[in-house]
Ligand binder design. Structure first.
Ligand code: ATP
Length: 727
């Protein structure tokens, strides 16, 4: 269909819908006026909100205040924008300043807190069916007021004329099936007092007339609409004011027909949020709100919604606590992606949640405290080279069993990652996760290499990234930071070093709900394994495991899990663990494709073909494809091949979560926490998949373990399709 036609059809559809809403709203207003509401002002609120019934909302009146025998809830609104527990206040002379509300001279904040408490309890009740806590709102409506949009603690305070707009503008966050689930629970939770039934007006999708060629003299469709509605009065009927009752606040004119329609259409036209932003698995929703009496840990295998829960929990804590919440992770670029998601998930608190990589966090701490530190990549590299030349070149560790990188990791993660400063600490250290056992001579050389490296850094007047963290941690030990953060949520916690965990722990200490560590030991791809006990953190009795995989198809997960079926890793809680397995995998799809290529050139040729093949599928664009490699070399080769073939690409180092229609190419390390409809893994060797662990010595076994875990991470980024090309 030509674009113009489809736009025209959509316009007709919207107009037809708007007309249907008008009609439904009239019916709803009439019903609202029949409510046996206690006061005139409550009736006016009901009348003001009634048009929502035409847009898929249910308005529950005459409901008991849960937990109270006599008190009633003025109105509960359940619909696409969530759940609103509404209380009308016929208060004159209201002022709101800070978090307090006054009526004349009298502070009436506590009266609103009862409503806040009810919304909080409602949140818990509805979490049992999976509703995310951010979707339940306490709303106080000031009768007779207009142009009010304030907050008093968790309560949104709006004018009578603003309530409908404020609800509708949140857009479509719940689908019809979810609204039904939530409604059913609300009907049980808010028990019925009188006889009135909830108003529910579900509209049929309008059937549009077939387009006809315009006849001369045929009026414009819009004129028809005018005429249809010409004689019908759609303004608000006067609420039925019981005789003898006077209202202390003068009525405000109701919203005009046009204002109502435009508010409802704004909501209808808002881009729907993704399902997980408003509706969770009940187990997830419970964890989001759970209160832990100290540091807590949330774990689960790939794709079980750990990050989703982390974001919801951060928003929840920001809403319910004073102070900021920090969401952090090892990968520098991931916080940008998470920020994009949080902005849609919880726009109300996004400014109270700080999202920053762990190094960025350390840098901010040091800058604020005026602690000198200098990072210079070139000088750091030259310090390493000089130290290696001085101490390690030609020594017992300079063999063809390991690249220099192995020893660099030993110093950076195993030693500096733990903050070791004395030889005795290292001499006997159980190097968790490092299978290659080092003899005393080798350890001695490694330690000397470390000493030399620190000297060379100092000679150049620079620090490396591990020093930056150690400095920040030492600074926080010297003078703890109190009150800045109410909570710290760490995603992909298995990637962090011991000193990083200590630094983050120092930001909040052991306060209830202060530290939440989220991760999956199976996805550990950095060396330096340590236990939380070493970091001085205890999560004993405060752990939760998520076990429903929402991301991968059964076929992809099965394929990826084969790689790590015999993998054992050192878990941060101090045990040797095997990966968690999901109890449930929600989706299924085509089998992953494994191709064995003759040469590297052949692999690159097939890669380009595969990208074209997957984007030819309906609903898959370049932006849905992730090309992942374990090495930088693999990233460069794939980028060049795709560019030459005219395929738009973006390197994951530059990707900040803003949707872009380019194939994303990057290392697996950069893909941590991300996902793609289609994943293409482009640099394995066939031997990686076939070598038998029992035939390998410790060095090769260690290398294999890390490599396979990295491949596992790469493959579990795939939602629908996985393609693996080896040579
Ligand atoms: N309740 C839910 N309903 C629908 N989709 C969900 C739900 N929970 C999570 N998802 C989706 O499942 C996918 C995986 O979620 P998420 O990234 O949070 O998992 P994860 O456990 O952090 O994964 P990983 O450890 O592999 O990075 C995402 O696409 C997310 O939107």
């Amino acid at each position: 269909m030509p674009a113009g036609d489809s736009a025209g059809q959509e316009a007709s559809r919207q107009l037809a819908l708007a007309a249907a809403h008008d009609k439904a709203a009239s019916a709803a207003r009439a019903a609202a006026s029949r409510y046996g509401l206690a006061s005139v002002t409550e009736q006016r609120t009901a009348a003001a909100l009634a048009p929502l019934a035409g847009a898929g909302y249910h308005l529950l009146a005459d409901r008991q205040w849960p937990g109270s025998r006599r008190a009633q809830v003025d109105m509960v609104v359940v619909g696409p924008a969530g759940v609103f527990v509404v209380d009308t206040k016929a208060w004159a002379d209201v002022t709101i300043a800070g978090d307090r509300i006054h009526r004349g001279q009298e502070d009436v904040t506590d009266e609103l807190m009862a409503l806040a408490d009810l919304a909080y309890r409602t949140e818990g009740e509805l979490a049992e069916v999976g509703l995310a806590p951010g979707e339940v709102h306490a709303m106080a409506v000031l009768a007779g007021r207009t142009g009010v949009d304030e907050r008093v603690g968790p309560v949104q305070v709006v004018g009578e004329r603003d309530a409908l707009r404020q609800i509708a503008r949140r857009g479509a966050r719940l689908g019809p099936a979810q609204v039904d689930v939530v409604l059913a629970r609300c009907l049980e939770w808010f028990r019925h007092v009188g006889d009135a039934a909830p108003i529910s007006t579900t509209l049929l999708e309008p059937v549009l007339p077939a387009p006809r060629a315009p006849q001369p003299g045929t009026p414009h469709p819009a004129d028809d609409r005018e005429r249809d509605h010409g004689g019908v009065h759609h303004g608000f009927p006067d609420p039925r004011v019981p005789r003898g009752v006077t209202t202390p606040v003068p009525p405000v004119p109701p919203l005009s027909e046009e204002e109502v329609r435009s508010a409802l259409l704004t909501g209808l036209m808002a881009a729907p949020v993704e399902e997980w932003m408003a509706f969770l698995h009940p187990a997830q929703a419970r964890v989001v709100r759970r209160s832990y009496n100290g540091p807590a840990r949330i774990r689960g295998s790939a794709g079980t919604g750990k990050t989703v829960v982390g974001l919801h929990r951060a928003a929840y804590l920001a809403r319910t606590r004073q102070g900021k919440v920090l969401v952090t992770t090892y990968i520098r670029t991931l916080p940008d992606v998470l920020r994009q998601q949080l902005t849609r998930l919880a726009p109300d608190v996004v400014d109270r949640v700080e999202l920053a990589g762990v190094h960025e966090t350390a840098k901010r701490i040091l800058e604020e405290r005026g602690v000198e530190h200098r990072i210079d990549g070139r000088k750091i590299a030259s310090a390493w080279t000089a130290a290696w030349g001085r101490v390690a070149g030609g020594s017992v560790i300079d063999t063809d069993r390991h690249e220099q990188d192995y020893w660099h990791d030993e110093v950076s993660y195993v030693i500096k990652g733990r903050g070791l400063t004395r030889w005795e600490q290292y001499a006997e250290l159980p190097r968790l996760g490092r299978r290659h056992r080092l003899g005393p001579h080798q350890r001695r050389v490694v330690w000397e290499l470390y000493e030399a490296y620190q000297e060379e850094l100092a000679n150049r007047g620079v620090h490396d990234f591990a020093d930056q963290i150690a400095l920040a941690e030492a600074e926080l030990r010297r003078e703890p930071m109190t009150g800045r953060y109410t909570a710290v949520v760490v995603d992909e916690a298995q990637d962090l070093t011991c000193v990083m965990i200590r630094m983050l722990h120092a930001l909040v200490g052991d306060v209830p709900d202060g530290l939440t560590l989220i991760g999956d030991g199976q996805q550990t791809i950095y060396p330096g394994g340590f236990t939380l006990a070493e970091a001085g953190v205890s999560v004993a009795g405060r752990g939760t495991v998520l076990d429903v995989n929402y991301r991968n198809t059964r076929e992809i997960l099965q394929f990826a899990s084969m790689l790590v079926r015999d993998d054992e890793f050192a878990d941060i809680e101090g045990t040797t663990a095997r990966g968690d397995r999901p109890a449930q995998v929600e989706r299924s799809g085509p089998k992953p494709v494994y191709v064995r290529c003759a040469t590297e050139a052949d692999r690159q040729r097939r890669l380009v073909l595969r990208v074209h093949e997957v984007v030819a599928e309906v609903g898959t664009n370049f932006g849905d494809v992730g090309v992942l490699s374990l090495s930088r070399r693999g990233v460069e080769a794939a980028t060049e091949s795709l560019r030459k073939a005219g395929v738009p690409v973006v390197n994951l180092e530059q990707y900040d979560g803003v949707p872009v229609n380019r194939v994303k190419v990057g290392t697996v390390k950069r893909a941590k926490g991300l996902e793609f409809k289609q994943v293409l893994v482009v640099d394995p060797y066939a031997s990686w998949l076939t070598e038998k662990p029992e035939e390998l010595d410790d060095v090769d076994r260690e290398r294999r373990d890390f490599r396979l875990r990295e491949l596992y991470v790469a493959m579990t980024r795939a939602r629908d399709g996985l393609w693996v090309a080896s040579i």
